[in-house]
Design a protein around this ligand. Structure first.
Ligand code: FES
Length: 146
């Protein structure tokens, strides 16, 4: 199977069967953002175990790229520290800018979205979940003065 085909299948699979798509009543970190271009929204919720992410969930509506990206991201985040989560968000931005981040191995299946970098109008769709995560983590770190 060609790599492009594999990546397409990963995106389709996460879009058809989203992982971790549910809304929690009580999360340690919760944040939402709207894509200003289309108005679609993503909510990211995180339950912590010490300084590690125990589980991450998402909900919201959007295009297949935004939904697949959120589904993959919430899978990738499990067991990561908040610093690692921020590094993953930053690395994904690098990938969307057409570069290969140093931490590409930590991005897991998020690399399946690298083809989106060729379609600038869709990049915000792909990074929406990462941006929502990053803002939520920064808020949490600021509140807890870590
Ligand atoms: Fe709205 Fe992609 S078109 S998030």
């Amino acid at each position: 199977m060609e790599l492009e085909e594999l990546y397409r299948d990963i995106i389709l699979d996460h879009n058809r069967t989203p992982r971790n798509k549910r809304q929690l009543d009580d999360a340690d970190i919760a944040n939402h953002q709207k894509n200003p271009v289309c108005g679609d929204e993503i909510n990211i919720q995180i339950v912590l175990d010490g300084d590690q992410i125990d589980v991450a969930f998402f909900f919201g509506q959007g295009c297949s790229i935004s939904q697949a990206s959120a589904s993959i991201l919430t899978d990738v985040l499990k067991g990561k520290t908040l610093d690692q989560a921020r590094a993953i968000a930053a690395g994904f931005h690098e990938l969307m800018n057409g570069s290969e981040p140093n931490n590409i191995d930590d991005l897991g299946d998020l690399v399946a979205l690298q083809g989106v970098a060729h379609y600038p109008v869709r990049i915000k769709c792909a990074v929406l979940a990462c941006d929502t995560l990053d803002e939520g983590v920064i808020d949490w770190l600021n509140k807890h003065q870590i």
